[in-house]
Design a protein around this ligand. Sequence first.
Ligand code: F6R
Length: 242
Amino acid sequence: MEVVILQGSKKIGRLAADAIEALLRRKPAAVLGLATGSSPLPVYDELAARHRRDGLDFSSAHAFALDEYVGLAHGHPESYREVIRREFTSRVNITEGNVHTPDGAAEDLAAACSAYEDAMRAAGGVDLQLLGVGTDGHIGFNEPGSSLASRTRIKTLIEQTRRDNARFFAGLAEVPHHVVTQGLGTILEARHVVLIATGAQKAPAVRDFVEGPVAAICPASVLQFHPHATVLVDEAAASSLK
Ligand code: F6R
């Protein structure tokens, strides 16, 4: 695991965008793994700027989101499908049909989860997966206690994560209790993983997954097994590292 400490999220956004740009120039039909939340926003802003300014081309690229709420209607503004569209894919020239999110509104969620894994496999697997990390060490919606070998499946959100995400909804009661998320085993199959963590509130999680033992209690620690994991942190998020 490579840990890079940078000053401020703009620099982090630029470095992650450099990796994605290099990938797209080498492999125009690359498969990108997308995260929602605030951590990847500077990357999306930078990629949108490079598309506008330099014509960075996403037309042959594919994208798979990490996770989705269960029970939000298609088109709900806080469904991750809409969030990804608003914050990233509508700002570049990626083909809409190439952007995939797990189907949290499916009648048969288990079948939708295995169809999602099949679609990722059929696309050739994820080349570069962007990740944020929760204050409890979750990646995707793999909360503490998730199996390190897990695949895309339904999970129950813990109260803290629902509270963390309530800012996007009218109130806590509106935040779904269930989600569909790629598993830790799924995430490990991405060829390159780029995790972004900023702010002092992430410092304990960064310390635990970078320097602590690999354990289900800290899901992001599974990235210690990944052969090509890059962790981009600002000074505040790095402040508890030895
Ligand atoms: C989002 C996701 C989550 C977030 C994490 C951090 O798709 O999978 O794991 O990355 O909750 O969220 P932020 O970046 O908002 O602090």
